[in-house]
Design a protein around this ligand. Structure first.
Ligand SMILES: [Ca+2]
Ligand SMILES: [Ca+2]
Length: 227
C-alpha cells in the first residue's frame, strides 16, 4: 500500500508540473505575439491610421502623375495642331513650309540670320527636324546662290572622317551630285578645311569647321491639305 501511495504521489506531482509548464508556455506565446494576445485599441488605431495615410499618399501621387502626363500630352497635341494649321490652305495660297522657310521644288529651306560654327549649325538643323542643305542639282545650287545675299553660309558637306573624302550629311553619294567648288577649291588651306561654306557667289569653299557662318537648313515640304 505504501508503495502504491508513493507512485500515486509521483504521478500527481508529474501531472501538476506538466500543467504548470503548459500554462507558462501559453503565457510566453501570448507575450511574444501581441496580436494573438490582447492587442491594445491604440495600436489598432495607429495601424489603421497609417494604412489610410499610405493609401492617400499613393492615390495623390497617382493623380499628380496623371495630371502631369495629360498636360504634356495636351501641349504636344497643341503644337502638332499649330504645325498642321500653318501648312493648311491660307486663303487661296497653299503653304508647303512653316513661317521662316522658303519652298523650292518640294523642299523647305531656312536661311539663318545668326552665326554658328559648322557643328552647331548641323545640330541646329537637326533640332528643326532638318539637315544642312544638300545640293543635289544645278537648280538647287542656283536657288541657294540667289538667296544667300552674298554672305558665306554653311552647307552639309564635310570631309571630317577622312581627308579628301567629302560626304553629304544625309548620306547622299557625292559621286551622284554635281560639284560647285570655287576656283582652286577644295584646297584644305592651313590643313583645316574640313567643312564647306559658300563664297559670296554661292561657289563652295572648304574652311575650318570652327569658323562662324550663317547656315542653310533643308527639309521635305508638306503636301497641301484640301479644306
Ligand atoms: Ca537638296
Ligand atoms: Ca578652301
Amino acid at each position: 500500500m505504501e508503495l502504491d501511495d508513493t507512485y500515486e504521489n509521483i504521478d500527481r506531482t508529474r501531472g501538476d508540473r506538466e500543467k504548470q509548464e503548459n500554462v507558462m508556455s501559453e503565457q510566453d506565446v501570448q507575450s511574444a505575439d501581441p496580436v494573438r494576445g490582447k492587442c491594445p485599441p491604440l495600436v489598432i488605431s495607429i495601424l489603421l491610421g497609417l494604412s489610410i495615410l499610405l493609401s492617400v499618399v499613393i492615390l495623390g501621387t497617382a493623380i499628380i502623375l496623371f495630371i502631369l502626363w495629360s498636360t504634356q500630352l495636351t501641349a504636344i497635341e497643341n503644337k502638332f495642331q499649330q504645325e498642321i494649321s500653318s501648312i493648311k490652305r491660307n486663303g487661296s495660297e497653299c503653304r508647303h513650309c512653316a513661317a521662316g522657310w522658303i519652298h523650292f521644288h518640294g523642299k523647305c529651306y531656312h536661311f539663318s540670320q545668326s552665326l554658328l560654327n559648322w557643328y552647331e549649325a548641323n545640330l541646329n538643323c537637326f533640332s528643326k527636324r532638318a539637315y544642312l542643305i544638300v545640293i543635289n542639282t544645278a537648280l538647287e545650287q542656283k536657288f541657294m546662290a540667289d538667296n544667300i545675299m552674298r554672305q558665306p553660309h554653311w552647307i552639309g558637306l564635310s570631309d571630317l572622317t577622312v581627308e579628301g573624302r567629302w560626304k553629304w550629311v544625309d548620306g547622299t553619294d557625292i559621286k551622284a551630285t554635281n560639284k560647285f567648288w570655287g576656283p582652286g577649291e577644295p584646297n584644305n588651306k592651313f590643313n583645316v578645311g574640313d567643312c564647306t561654306q559658300t563664297n559670296s557667289d554661292g561657289k563652295w569653299n572648304d574652311v575650318s569647321c570652327k569658323k562662324s557662318n550663317r547656315w542653310i537648313c533643308e527639309r521635305l515640304s508638306f503636301p497641301c491639305f484640301i479644306n
